[in-house]
Design a protein around this ligand. Structure first.
Ligand SMILES: [Zn+2]
Length: 285
């Protein structure tokens, strides 16, 4: 199929048992999981039996899996302790991703806190994130996927062109990719609606990072209007983006083979409905 469609799944109680059980109820063709508390710094070891089961079941069912790194990570922080913890936390997510057979780790691009200039924050991204990319030397190591934000505060990357300096800071490392969140990019100011909105935004992204870098899409509608800089996800077709731009997205050459993960509200029923809606929009591709 052109684009596997699935969702972020809960894993408390077992990565395979709970996570893949939930995925089946969504009829998900791809999954995203946390391997640590997303609002903490802990780096738990995982359960080898569940890891093995998760990896083998995903392989048997051809389900591409992804890890979302914790939200506290910020390589642009002016607080040294935060940067140190960010390194440990992201290294943990990358290692755990390999252990469970995940293809990529999504990390937020962060912000330049403490009023520091953006260039300084990006230099710090280079110092601390590039070595983690260089550690990815195994064939089955995941990609590191940068997810831009809705552009709140002193965000380092929210518009498509902001990926340029970020990729430059990381030497366009071969293990580097992009996770495009449709809600975030819309909230950041890219109008995805209208006959060409989605196409132009995807063209801009490819123009900045090059072909083949878009590895994952977070398919979320937005509760807020374009440019609102608010990160509030809505169910597909129920927000300000609407359903049509997702049809455009699913037909754009840059998304060929790229999985879509929903991170929408509504619990299991809402998630199943969103997965079904996106599959409809995918059509016969
Ligand atoms: Zn997202």
């Amino acid at each position: 199929m052109r684009n596997p469609i699935g969702g972020h799944v809960p894993v408390a109680g077992g990565l395979a048992k709970i996570g893949l059980g939930y995925a089946r109820e969504l009829a998900a063709e791809t999954v995203q999981v946390f391997v640590a508390n997303p609002r903490g710094w802990a780096t738990p070891p995982g359960n080898p039996a569940q890891d093995e089961l998760f990896r083998s079941e995903c392989a048997a069912e051809s389900i591409p899996a992804y890890v979302h790194a914790p939200y506290l990570i910020n390589f642009g922080s002016h607080t040294e302790a935060t940067v140190e913890r960010s390194v440990l936390s992201l290294r943990h997510s990358l290692r755990r991703a390999r252990e469970i057979g995940a293809l990529g780790v999504v990390v937020h691009t962060g912000s330049a806190t403490g009023g520091r200039p953006r260039e300084e924050a990006l230099a710090q991204v280079r110092t601390h994130m590039l070595p983690l990319l260089d550690e990815l030397t195994h064939d089955d190591d995941p990609f590191l996927l940068l997810e831009s934000t809705a552009g709140q505060g002193s965000s380092l990357c929210s518009r498509t062109w902001d990926f340029g300096p970020y990729f430059e800071a990381l030497d366009f490392h071969p293990k580097l990719g992009v996770c495009l969140d449709t809600c975030h990019i819309y909230a950041a100011g890219h109008d995805l609606t209208g006959p060409a909105g989605m196409r132009q935004t995807l063209d801009l992204l490819v123009g900045t990072v090059g072909e083949g870098r878009l590895k994952l899409i977070h398919a979320n509608d937005s509760k807020d209007v374009v440019g609102a800089h608010k990160d509030r996800h809505e169910n597909i077709g129920a927000g300000h983006i609407g359903a049509e731009p997702f049809r455009e997205l699913l037909a754009h050459p840059a998304t060929e083979g790229v999985p879509l993960i929903i991170e929408t509200p509504g619990g299991k029923e809402g998630h199943a409905a969103d997965v079904a809606r996106l599959k409809e929009l995918r059509g016969a591709h």
